[in-house]
Design a protein around this ligand. Structure first.
Ligand code: ATP
Ligand code: MG
Length: 304
């Protein structure tokens, strides 16, 4: 299974959420591979607490591979290289968790047929080696998104299909931006159709993930005044109406990740120990675990 994370705006929580969901899937026994395709800012290494690649690798990462400078992109075993104590204590029964970092200072690059071919071969091999392959793309209408739409197009006849997660924060501008990335000119559906996707089928493979969400009725708002809480309810209702109007509501929402105090201050993997020590909220880890489980839940994906 190939899962592609994207967003229109930056700072949506796309990378932190995708890393945490990859971690949760590996904990559940899946062999997981994470590809950092955020060509402008490949920072997944810092979230997995691997300092030497916190902004990408110097040893021939995914950029170098796609450009043909190396035959194999560097692979990193997250369990053994992470400085995070809870990751170092790899529990028994968990799956592999392998990171393919981007290159330090890599930047965006244009897509040639050769790049499409290299990407296609890489994904064919990784999707047969691993149970779940995650890809984190740059924000916006990126070259990476266009590349992946080409590689997963049925016209390529390589057998690679993907499920797309479009991330956005729970604000007016973020909701509008996520809708724009999906439905507007040069958006995912438009570009996808241009490179051979069936629009309806591609839409079926896209779900939205809301991040850093405050639930107005939850404990998270317990310190607020009655006026503030009423205001939150009103704005939340308006946002829901807006999301439904823009086709980002109902069953197209795959997950709502709560605003978490730890992630508010630090980009990291949340461990069960963080919850046990009452540093991180249990509801956040539950949301990551549920999102991880829903990725291959056919009932969830056979709607619209
Ligand atoms: N559920 C959450 N609650 C609170 N803060 C969060 C949550 N998820 C992510 N964040 C924080 O939001 C910030 C942006 O997150 P992240 O870097 O994952 O976003 P991104 O969409 O990948 O950004 P970029 O476009 O820069 O790559 C980070 O500081 C992160 O820790
Ligand atoms: Mg990111």
């Amino acid at each position: 299974m190939l899962i592609i994370s994207t967003s229109d705006k930056g700072g949506t929580g796309r990378t932190v959420t995708t890393c945490n969901v990859a971690f949760r899937r590996a904990l559940s026994g899946d062999h997981v591979c994470y590809l950092d395709f955020d060509f402008g800012s490949p920072t997944a290494g810092s979230i997995f607490a691997i300092e030497r690649i916190s902004h990408g690798t110097l040893k021939g990462g995914l950029h170098s591979y796609l450009k043909g400078d190396v035959e194999q992109a560097e692979r990193i075993n997250v369990w053994s290289e992470s400085a995070a104590r809870a990751l170092g204590l790899r529990p028994s029964g968990v799956g592999r968790l392998v990171l393919l970092p981007g290159d330090l200072g890599g930047g965006e690059f244009s897509i040639t047929d050769e790049v499409v071919d290299r990407c296609s071969r890489l994904l064919q091999s990784l999707t047969s080696e691993f149970d779940t392959v995650f890809m984190d793309l740059s924000a916006g209408r990126s070259h990476a998104a266009e590349l992946l739409l080409r590689v997963t197009s049925p016209t390529e006849k390589n057998g690679i299909s993907a499920r797309w997660l479009v991330f956005h924060r729970w604000t007016r501008q973020h909701v509008a931006a996520a809708a724009g990335l999906t439905f507007d000119e040069r958006g995912l559906l438009d570009t996808g159709e241009r490179v051979g996707h069936d629009r309806t089928e591609l839409l079926e493979s896209i779900r939205f993930v809301r991040t850093a969400v405050i639930d107005p009725g939850s404990n998270a708002t317990s310190g607020l005044s009655a006026e503030q809480e009423n205001w939150l309810h009103k704005v939340n209702d308006e946002l829901n109406d807006r999301a439904v109007y823009l086709e980002l509501g109902g069953q197209s929402v795959l997950a709502r990740i709560p605003l978490d105090p730890v992630l508010q201050w630090r980009e990291q993997i949340l461990t069960d120990e963080d919850v046990y020590r009452r540093i991180a909220n249990e509801s956040t880890v539950e949301a990551f675990t549920e999102l991880a489980a829903s990725l291959d839940d056919e009932a969830t994906w056979s709607r619209v």
